[in-house]
Write a protein that binds this ligand. Structure first.
Ligand SMILES: [Zn+2]
Length: 76
């Protein structure tokens, strides 16, 4: 384990108690910022599009990124 990683892990331990708590908090924060969209993905047709507050859209299935332009999805 590298020195930076050691320092990072110690800070995580002190702040969150464990690395598991840290990743859990990260996931919860990320989940709050991303909104699930009803529109199916134009690329893979799964209803797995997620949109964040900056209006960036990403498909959770195929990973394709989109932007919304005048209510229509455009490939990024
Ligand atoms: Zn997709």
């Amino acid at each position: 384990m590298g020195r930076m990683k050691e320092i990072f892990m110690r800070e995580v331990q002190e702040k969150y108690g464990s690395y598991e708590n840290y990743t859990k908090q990260l996931n919860e924060t990320a989940a709050k910022q991303w909104v699930h969209k009803e529109t199916p993905c134009p690329n893979c047709m799964n209803a797995t599009l997620l949109q964040n507050q900056h209006l960036n859209i990403v498909c959770d299935s195929c990973g394709q990124e989109f932007i919304e332009v005048e209510g229509a999805l455009r490939f990024k």
